[in-house]
Ligand binder design. Structure first.
Ligand code: NAD
Length: 374
């Protein structure tokens, strides 16, 4: 078998789906050959020579995309699709929520595995690309906020007087939000956080942040708020209005707001209205991590910093790509662990376990057709 690692070609995508470390493991059995497109790792500071030393051959885009197993970060582009081989295994973030993307991948005849659909079970944790990348995004959001903010993050007592610690509010405390709390804490900020899921309160408090409570009016609201499979569900408009009022009041005194709220397969919930942005202090900074899904903040613009009434709204998409080397490193290990379900790295034996829960959940297309999901 040939395992191909193409260079990612989407704008701003700096990651790569394999690293010299994972290539070495995949090459260990000697049963498979690896072809890495020239320059595939360069935006992640992983030179071709390191891939070669790990056992890969450096080749062209055509060769990497025509492999039997193709490891990608993002869904193939229109230029890449015709180069895929019918019957090949394609693994990556295939954007399965977008029907047009999925149909175009299916039409190539590959067996496509979308890592967005890994089930949140303990056996799949080592393959969970959404978690590994969200962790990086949460970290980078705070670093970007600190870089954009024109004051210190920690409290300082100097001969020239005292500087107050920054007040940070984090909305949406999943993987990214928790890492944002931990990172802001290390920088000395005073932190508050909120989420729709009640189970998050203890995690927020254990990291040293204050929980901002949005009460449930009845059992039905509480039940919806618990979410499903670890993910949130859309909340009723009454709860959203209550949340909006509480957060509006908190926002008047915060210096940095980081929003990370997402609901899989849906537009991001709008948590911050323009009136709330207008009520914030001049010099405040907002980082909207949900900007690629439509944004949590009214007025955030993809890949731009916009200023409204002196408040800067940072709308950079794909934050993991800004921490390329570690993002690739963790992503590549996730992919290696996923591939290990089918490929025995020591013996080289390759059998896709079609009945495995993880394989079934992630298989989105085969034999030219989209695999329907319930
Ligand atoms: P996510 O990226 O889908 O969403 C981010 C956060 O936004 C979530 O905490 C969600 O509750 C919150 N949110 C959604 N709508 C909101 C609203 N209207 N107001 C406020 N907050 C809102 O979530 P995620 O980070 O991928 O993970 C969610 C949970 O799943 C986490 O608790 C995580 O620990 C858990 N998880 C479990 C496993 C596993 O068991 N294998 C793996 C990964 C994550």
């Amino acid at each position: 078998m040939i395992i191909g690692i193409p260079r990612e070609t989407r704008a701003g995508e700096t990651r790569v789906a394999a690293t010299p470390e994972t290539v070495k493991k995949l090459a260990a059995s000697g049963a498979h050959s690896l072809v890495v497109e020239a320059g595939a790792g360069s935006a992640s500071s992983l030179p071709d020579s390191d891939f070669q030393a790990a056992g890969a051959r450096i080749g062209s885009a055509e060769e990497a995309l025509a492999a039997d197993i193709v490891l990608k970060v993002r869904a193939p582009t229109a230029e890449e699709l015709p180069r895929l081989k019918r019957g090949a295994m394609l693994i990556g973030l295939l954007n399965p929520f977008d029907a047009a993307t999925l149909a175009s991948v299916a039409a190539t005849g590959v067996s496509g595995y979308a890592l967005e659909w890994l089930p949140r079970i303990s056996r799949a944790q080592s393959m969970d690309v959404l978690s590994s990348q969200a962790n990086i995004a949460g970290y980078k959001a705070v670093i970007l906020a600190a870089n954009t903010y024109s004051r210190f993050m920690p409290m300082l007592m100097t001969a020239a007087g005292t500087v107050k610690a920054a007040r940070v509010l984090i909305l949406g405390v999943g993987v990214a939000g928790l890492q944002a709390i931990a990172t802001a804490k290390r920088l000395g900020a005073v932190i508050e956080a909120s989420d729709v899921r009640p189970s998050v309160k203890d995690q927020v408090e254990s990291l040293g942040a204050k929980w901002v409570d949005v009460p449930y009016a009845n059992d039905e609201e509480r039940k919806i708020a618990e979410g499903v499979g670890g993910y949130a569900r859309p909340m009723p408009p009454e709860w959203m209005a209550r949340q909006g009022e509480i957060i509006h009041e908190r926002c008047k005194s915060v210096d940095i707001l980081i929003t990370t709220a997402l609901i899989p397969g849906r537009p991001a919930p709008k948590l911050i209205k323009a009136a709330t942005v207008a009520a914030m202090k001049p010099g405040a900074v907002i980082v909207d991590l949900a900007v690629e899904q439509g944004g949590n903040v009214e007025g955030s613009v993809l890949d731009q910093i916009v200023t409204k009434n002196g408040v800067k709204i940072v709308g950079f998409g794909n934050l993991p790509a800004l921490v390329a080397t570690d993002a690739s490193g963790l992503y590549a290990r996730n992919v290696l662990n996923f591939l290990a379900l089918s490929l025995n790295a020591k013996s080289g034996e390759f059998v896709v376990p079609k009945d495995d829960e993880i394989i079934k959940a992630t298989l989105v297309c085969e034999n030219g057709a989209v695999v329907p999901k319930s």
